[in-house]
Design a protein around this ligand. Structure first.
Ligand SMILES: [Zn+2]
Length: 331
Protein backbone atom coordinates (compact mmCIF):
# COMPACT_ATOMS: atom_id res chain seq x y z
CA UNK A 1 0.00 0.00 0.00
CA UNK A 2 1.25 3.50 -0.74
CA UNK A 3 -0.07 7.04 -0.86
CA UNK A 4 0.05 8.11 -4.53
CA UNK A 5 -1.56 11.52 -3.98
CA UNK A 6 -2.50 13.16 -0.65
CA UNK A 7 -5.16 10.88 0.86
CA UNK A 8 -5.37 8.61 -2.21
CA UNK A 9 -3.90 5.17 -1.57
CA UNK A 10 -2.96 2.42 -4.00
CA UNK A 11 -3.24 -1.22 -2.99
CA UNK A 12 -1.54 -3.47 -5.51
CA UNK A 13 -3.17 -6.87 -5.56
CA UNK A 14 -1.07 -9.65 -7.06
CA UNK A 15 -2.79 -11.78 -9.71
CA UNK A 16 -2.49 -15.53 -10.19
CA UNK A 17 -0.56 -15.87 -13.47
CA UNK A 18 -1.95 -12.44 -14.24
CA UNK A 19 -0.75 -8.84 -13.98
CA UNK A 20 -1.41 -7.23 -10.63
CA UNK A 21 -4.46 -5.02 -10.14
CA UNK A 22 -4.48 -1.51 -8.74
CA UNK A 23 -7.23 -0.75 -6.26
CA UNK A 24 -7.50 2.84 -5.07
CA UNK A 25 -8.79 4.13 -1.77
CA UNK A 26 -9.93 7.75 -1.77
CA UNK A 27 -9.67 8.23 1.98
CA UNK A 28 -11.53 10.77 4.10
CA UNK A 29 -14.82 11.14 5.98
CA UNK A 30 -16.96 9.97 3.03
CA UNK A 31 -14.50 8.03 0.91
CA UNK A 32 -14.77 5.55 -1.91
CA UNK A 33 -12.88 2.54 -3.26
CA UNK A 34 -12.22 2.58 -7.01
CA UNK A 35 -12.22 -0.94 -8.50
CA UNK A 36 -12.66 -4.16 -6.59
CA UNK A 37 -9.84 -6.37 -7.87
CA UNK A 38 -9.74 -10.15 -7.86
CA UNK A 39 -12.20 -12.29 -5.96
CA UNK A 40 -10.06 -15.14 -4.70
CA UNK A 41 -9.34 -15.61 -1.00
CA UNK A 42 -5.67 -14.74 -0.92
CA UNK A 43 -6.12 -11.49 -2.83
CA UNK A 44 -9.06 -10.44 -0.66
CA UNK A 45 -7.22 -11.18 2.59
CA UNK A 46 -4.27 -9.16 1.38
CA UNK A 47 -6.55 -6.29 0.40
CA UNK A 48 -8.22 -6.14 3.83
CA UNK A 49 -4.86 -6.22 5.60
CA UNK A 50 -3.60 -3.28 3.55
CA UNK A 51 -6.88 -1.42 4.01
CA UNK A 52 -6.59 -1.73 7.81
CA UNK A 53 -3.12 -0.20 7.63
CA UNK A 54 -4.55 2.92 5.99
CA UNK A 55 -7.30 3.05 8.59
CA UNK A 56 -4.90 2.82 11.52
CA UNK A 57 -2.56 5.45 10.09
CA UNK A 58 -5.54 7.84 9.84
CA UNK A 59 -6.54 7.04 13.39
CA UNK A 60 -3.05 7.65 14.66
CA UNK A 61 -3.16 11.10 13.09
CA UNK A 62 -6.64 11.60 14.62
CA UNK A 63 -8.13 12.11 11.19
CA UNK A 64 -11.59 10.84 10.40
CA UNK A 65 -11.52 7.72 8.23
CA UNK A 66 -14.77 6.54 6.78
CA UNK A 67 -15.11 4.75 3.46
CA UNK A 68 -18.74 4.56 2.48
CA UNK A 69 -18.84 3.27 -1.11
CA UNK A 70 -17.17 1.17 -3.79
CA UNK A 71 -17.38 1.71 -7.56
CA UNK A 72 -15.84 -0.22 -10.48
CA UNK A 73 -14.45 1.01 -13.80
CA UNK A 74 -15.71 -1.76 -16.08
CA UNK A 75 -17.08 -5.25 -16.35
CA UNK A 76 -13.86 -7.27 -16.66
CA UNK A 77 -13.52 -9.93 -14.02
CA UNK A 78 -10.14 -8.76 -12.75
CA UNK A 79 -11.84 -5.50 -11.72
CA UNK A 80 -15.19 -6.45 -10.26
CA UNK A 81 -14.77 -9.96 -8.82
CA UNK A 82 -13.91 -8.70 -5.34
CA UNK A 83 -17.01 -6.49 -5.21
CA UNK A 84 -19.35 -8.65 -3.13
CA UNK A 85 -16.73 -9.63 -0.61
CA UNK A 86 -15.19 -6.17 -0.12
CA UNK A 87 -18.54 -4.43 0.22
CA UNK A 88 -19.71 -6.96 2.83
CA UNK A 89 -16.46 -7.01 4.78
CA UNK A 90 -16.34 -3.21 5.05
CA UNK A 91 -20.06 -2.41 5.02
CA UNK A 92 -19.86 -0.37 1.79
CA UNK A 93 -22.57 0.70 -0.58
CA UNK A 94 -22.01 -0.59 -4.12
CA UNK A 95 -22.33 2.20 -6.68
CA UNK A 96 -22.32 1.32 -10.37
CA UNK A 97 -23.19 2.99 -13.64
CA UNK A 98 -26.07 1.38 -15.47
CA UNK A 99 -23.89 -0.15 -18.18
CA UNK A 100 -21.42 -1.72 -15.76
CA UNK A 101 -24.31 -3.02 -13.65
CA UNK A 102 -25.84 -4.66 -16.75
CA UNK A 103 -22.58 -6.36 -17.70
CA UNK A 104 -21.87 -7.96 -14.32
CA UNK A 105 -25.47 -8.78 -13.37
CA UNK A 106 -25.25 -12.51 -13.97
CA UNK A 107 -23.56 -15.25 -15.94
CA UNK A 108 -25.63 -14.74 -19.10
CA UNK A 109 -25.04 -10.97 -19.29
CA UNK A 110 -21.34 -11.38 -18.60
CA UNK A 111 -20.80 -14.10 -21.18
CA UNK A 112 -22.74 -12.19 -23.83
CA UNK A 113 -20.10 -9.47 -23.79
CA UNK A 114 -17.50 -11.98 -25.02
CA UNK A 115 -19.47 -13.27 -27.97
CA UNK A 116 -18.29 -11.98 -31.33
CA UNK A 117 -20.36 -11.77 -34.49
CA UNK A 118 -19.81 -14.21 -37.38
CA UNK A 119 -17.69 -11.72 -39.25
CA UNK A 120 -15.29 -11.31 -36.35
CA UNK A 121 -15.15 -15.04 -35.76
CA UNK A 122 -14.45 -15.64 -39.41
CA UNK A 123 -11.63 -13.15 -39.46
CA UNK A 124 -10.15 -14.58 -36.33
CA UNK A 125 -9.90 -18.18 -37.42
CA UNK A 126 -8.99 -19.60 -40.81
CA UNK A 127 -11.62 -22.23 -41.40
CA UNK A 128 -15.06 -22.98 -40.14
CA UNK A 129 -14.27 -26.33 -38.53
CA UNK A 130 -11.29 -25.00 -36.63
CA UNK A 131 -13.38 -21.98 -35.78
CA UNK A 132 -16.02 -24.12 -34.05
CA UNK A 133 -13.44 -26.07 -32.05
CA UNK A 134 -11.58 -22.90 -31.24
CA UNK A 135 -14.75 -21.16 -30.03
CA UNK A 136 -15.63 -24.13 -27.83
CA UNK A 137 -12.18 -24.31 -26.29
CA UNK A 138 -12.09 -20.59 -25.84
CA UNK A 139 -15.44 -20.67 -24.10
CA UNK A 140 -14.45 -23.41 -21.65
CA UNK A 141 -11.03 -21.84 -21.13
CA UNK A 142 -12.51 -18.43 -20.44
CA UNK A 143 -14.90 -19.80 -17.87
CA UNK A 144 -12.25 -21.81 -16.03
CA UNK A 145 -9.87 -18.94 -16.25
CA UNK A 146 -12.29 -16.37 -14.87
CA UNK A 147 -13.59 -18.63 -12.14
CA UNK A 148 -10.42 -20.09 -10.78
CA UNK A 149 -7.90 -17.40 -11.60
CA UNK A 150 -9.98 -14.30 -11.05
CA UNK A 151 -12.40 -15.60 -8.43
CA UNK A 152 -15.33 -14.39 -10.53
CA UNK A 153 -18.56 -13.43 -8.76
CA UNK A 154 -21.58 -11.58 -10.19
CA UNK A 155 -23.77 -8.93 -8.65
CA UNK A 156 -27.45 -8.59 -9.40
CA UNK A 157 -28.40 -5.67 -7.15
CA UNK A 158 -26.08 -2.69 -6.69
CA UNK A 159 -27.11 -0.28 -3.90
CA UNK A 160 -27.05 2.72 -6.18
CA UNK A 161 -27.06 3.27 -9.94
CA UNK A 162 -25.47 6.49 -11.15
CA UNK A 163 -25.68 8.05 -14.56
CA UNK A 164 -22.86 7.33 -17.06
CA UNK A 165 -22.20 11.07 -17.09
CA UNK A 166 -22.51 12.43 -13.58
CA UNK A 167 -20.78 14.10 -10.69
CA UNK A 168 -20.44 12.37 -7.34
CA UNK A 169 -19.21 13.89 -4.10
CA UNK A 170 -16.30 12.06 -2.53
CA UNK A 171 -15.17 13.52 0.80
CA UNK A 172 -17.25 16.59 -0.13
CA UNK A 173 -15.28 17.11 -3.35
CA UNK A 174 -16.82 16.79 -6.84
CA UNK A 175 -15.56 13.93 -9.01
CA UNK A 176 -16.82 13.56 -12.54
CA UNK A 177 -17.81 10.14 -13.80
CA UNK A 178 -17.63 9.97 -17.58
CA UNK A 179 -18.00 7.19 -20.15
CA UNK A 180 -14.68 6.00 -21.61
CA UNK A 181 -15.48 3.21 -24.07
CA UNK A 182 -12.77 1.66 -26.24
CA UNK A 183 -11.19 -1.14 -24.24
CA UNK A 184 -14.74 -2.24 -23.38
CA UNK A 185 -18.05 -0.46 -24.11
CA UNK A 186 -19.26 0.05 -20.52
CA UNK A 187 -15.96 1.47 -19.22
CA UNK A 188 -16.08 4.65 -17.09
CA UNK A 189 -13.41 6.96 -15.67
CA UNK A 190 -13.34 9.32 -12.72
CA UNK A 191 -11.85 12.83 -12.72
CA UNK A 192 -11.34 15.68 -10.28
CA UNK A 193 -10.36 18.85 -12.10
CA UNK A 194 -9.05 20.76 -9.12
CA UNK A 195 -6.58 18.01 -8.25
CA UNK A 196 -5.99 17.09 -11.90
CA UNK A 197 -6.30 13.41 -10.95
CA UNK A 198 -7.81 10.88 -13.38
CA UNK A 199 -8.67 7.24 -12.70
CA UNK A 200 -8.30 5.81 -16.20
CA UNK A 201 -9.10 2.16 -15.53
CA UNK A 202 -7.74 -0.05 -18.33
CA UNK A 203 -7.72 2.63 -21.02
CA UNK A 204 -4.33 4.17 -20.37
CA UNK A 205 -1.47 2.15 -18.92
CA UNK A 206 2.11 3.24 -18.52
CA UNK A 207 4.44 0.50 -19.70
CA UNK A 208 2.39 -1.38 -22.24
CA UNK A 209 -0.51 -1.02 -24.62
CA UNK A 210 -3.79 -2.00 -23.09
CA UNK A 211 -5.57 -5.04 -24.51
CA UNK A 212 -7.78 -4.11 -27.45
CA UNK A 213 -9.60 -6.82 -29.35
CA UNK A 214 -12.95 -8.03 -30.62
CA UNK A 215 -15.74 -8.22 -29.72
CA UNK A 216 -15.66 -5.70 -26.87
CA UNK A 217 -13.10 -3.16 -28.04
CA UNK A 218 -13.66 -0.50 -30.63
CA UNK A 219 -10.86 1.59 -32.07
CA UNK A 220 -12.99 4.60 -33.02
CA UNK A 221 -14.29 4.77 -29.44
CA UNK A 222 -10.85 4.16 -28.01
CA UNK A 223 -9.22 7.00 -29.94
CA UNK A 224 -12.04 9.34 -28.95
CA UNK A 225 -11.69 8.34 -25.30
CA UNK A 226 -7.96 8.88 -25.03
CA UNK A 227 -8.23 12.18 -26.92
CA UNK A 228 -10.90 13.26 -24.45
CA UNK A 229 -8.62 12.28 -21.58
CA UNK A 230 -5.73 14.19 -23.09
CA UNK A 231 -7.81 17.36 -23.30
CA UNK A 232 -9.12 17.24 -19.72
CA UNK A 233 -8.43 20.66 -18.20
CA UNK A 234 -5.63 20.62 -15.63
CA UNK A 235 -4.80 16.90 -16.08
CA UNK A 236 -1.70 16.13 -13.98
CA UNK A 237 -1.81 12.56 -12.80
CA UNK A 238 -3.30 9.36 -14.21
CA UNK A 239 -3.96 6.51 -11.83
CA UNK A 240 -4.34 3.41 -14.04
CA UNK A 241 -5.84 0.02 -13.20
CA UNK A 242 -2.54 -1.82 -13.73
CA UNK A 243 1.09 -0.83 -13.32
CA UNK A 244 2.74 2.41 -12.37
CA UNK A 245 1.07 5.77 -11.91
CA UNK A 246 1.48 8.24 -14.77
CA UNK A 247 2.99 11.62 -13.90
CA UNK A 248 3.29 12.78 -17.54
CA UNK A 249 -0.22 12.04 -18.82
CA UNK A 250 -0.16 14.10 -22.01
CA UNK A 251 3.13 12.58 -23.25
CA UNK A 252 1.97 9.08 -22.33
CA UNK A 253 -1.27 9.46 -24.29
CA UNK A 254 0.59 11.00 -27.24
CA UNK A 255 2.93 7.98 -27.27
CA UNK A 256 -0.04 5.58 -27.26
CA UNK A 257 -1.53 7.42 -30.25
CA UNK A 258 1.75 7.27 -32.11
CA UNK A 259 2.08 3.54 -31.53
CA UNK A 260 -1.47 2.99 -32.75
CA UNK A 261 -0.87 5.01 -35.89
CA UNK A 262 2.26 2.97 -36.65
CA UNK A 263 0.40 -0.29 -36.27
CA UNK A 264 -2.48 0.97 -38.40
CA UNK A 265 -0.01 2.00 -41.09
CA UNK A 266 1.44 -1.55 -41.07
CA UNK A 267 -1.99 -3.03 -41.80
CA UNK A 268 -2.72 -0.44 -44.45
CA UNK A 269 0.66 -0.95 -46.12
CA UNK A 270 0.04 -4.67 -46.31
CA UNK A 271 -3.26 -4.01 -48.10
CA UNK A 272 -1.68 -1.42 -50.41
CA UNK A 273 1.04 -3.84 -51.48
CA UNK A 274 -1.55 -6.42 -52.50
CA UNK A 275 -4.08 -3.88 -53.72
CA UNK A 276 -4.92 -5.69 -56.94
CA UNK A 277 -5.35 -9.25 -55.72
CA UNK A 278 -6.68 -8.36 -52.31
CA UNK A 279 -5.26 -9.65 -49.03
CA UNK A 280 -6.70 -11.90 -46.34
CA UNK A 281 -6.33 -11.31 -42.59
CA UNK A 282 -3.96 -14.30 -42.48
CA UNK A 283 -1.72 -12.82 -45.12
CA UNK A 284 -1.68 -9.54 -43.20
CA UNK A 285 -0.62 -11.43 -40.09
CA UNK A 286 2.12 -13.22 -42.01
CA UNK A 287 3.41 -9.88 -43.26
CA UNK A 288 3.32 -8.11 -39.89
CA UNK A 289 4.36 -11.01 -37.67
CA UNK A 290 6.45 -13.22 -39.94
CA UNK A 291 8.29 -15.20 -37.30
CA UNK A 292 6.52 -14.66 -34.03
CA UNK A 293 5.30 -17.17 -31.50
CA UNK A 294 1.75 -18.43 -31.57
CA UNK A 295 0.65 -16.41 -28.55
CA UNK A 296 1.87 -13.13 -30.02
CA UNK A 297 0.01 -14.01 -33.21
CA UNK A 298 -3.25 -14.56 -31.31
CA UNK A 299 -2.97 -11.15 -29.66
CA UNK A 300 -1.78 -9.71 -32.99
CA UNK A 301 -4.80 -11.18 -34.77
CA UNK A 302 -7.18 -9.46 -32.34
CA UNK A 303 -5.45 -6.21 -33.11
CA UNK A 304 -5.50 -6.77 -36.89
CA UNK A 305 -9.23 -7.65 -36.90
CA UNK A 306 -10.01 -4.53 -34.89
CA UNK A 307 -7.92 -2.38 -37.21
CA UNK A 308 -9.59 -3.86 -40.31
CA UNK A 309 -13.01 -3.03 -38.86
CA UNK A 310 -11.83 0.49 -38.09
CA UNK A 311 -10.39 1.11 -41.57
CA UNK A 312 -13.53 -0.34 -43.14
CA UNK A 313 -15.79 1.91 -41.04
CA UNK A 314 -13.71 4.90 -42.12
CA UNK A 315 -14.17 3.92 -45.78
CA UNK A 316 -10.41 3.50 -46.31
CA UNK A 317 -10.58 -0.18 -47.22
CA UNK A 318 -13.29 -2.51 -48.45
CA UNK A 319 -13.75 -6.24 -48.40
CA UNK A 320 -14.85 -8.73 -50.98
CA UNK A 321 -15.71 -12.36 -50.60
CA UNK A 322 -13.70 -14.33 -53.13
CA UNK A 323 -14.17 -18.12 -53.15
CA UNK A 324 -15.55 -18.06 -49.59
CA UNK A 325 -12.54 -16.06 -48.39
CA UNK A 326 -12.69 -12.48 -47.13
CA UNK A 327 -10.15 -10.34 -48.95
CA UNK A 328 -9.39 -6.69 -48.32
CA UNK A 329 -8.74 -4.02 -50.92
CA UNK A 330 -8.13 -0.31 -50.81
CA UNK A 331 -11.48 1.46 -51.12
ZN1 LIG B 1 -10.25 -4.66 -18.74
Amino acid sequence: MREVYPEIFLIEEKGRFRPSDNIYILAGNDGIIFDAGYGYQKALKFFLKEFKKIESSFKKQRKEFKITRIIVSHGHSDHFSGLNFVSKALGLKIVLTENVAKTIKDKVSFETTFRGDDYEDYLRVRNEFIQKIWNGLRHIGTLLFFRSIHGLSYLDQPDEIVDNNSVILINSEPWKIFPSPGHSPEHISLYNEEKGVLFSGDNVLKMRSTWLGPPESNLTDYIETIKKMQSLPNLKLILPAHGETIENPKETIAAIMERMNERQAQVLDAIKNYSEKGVSPDQILDIIYPKTRRFTRIIGRDWVVLTLKFLEEKGIIRREIVKKKILFFLA
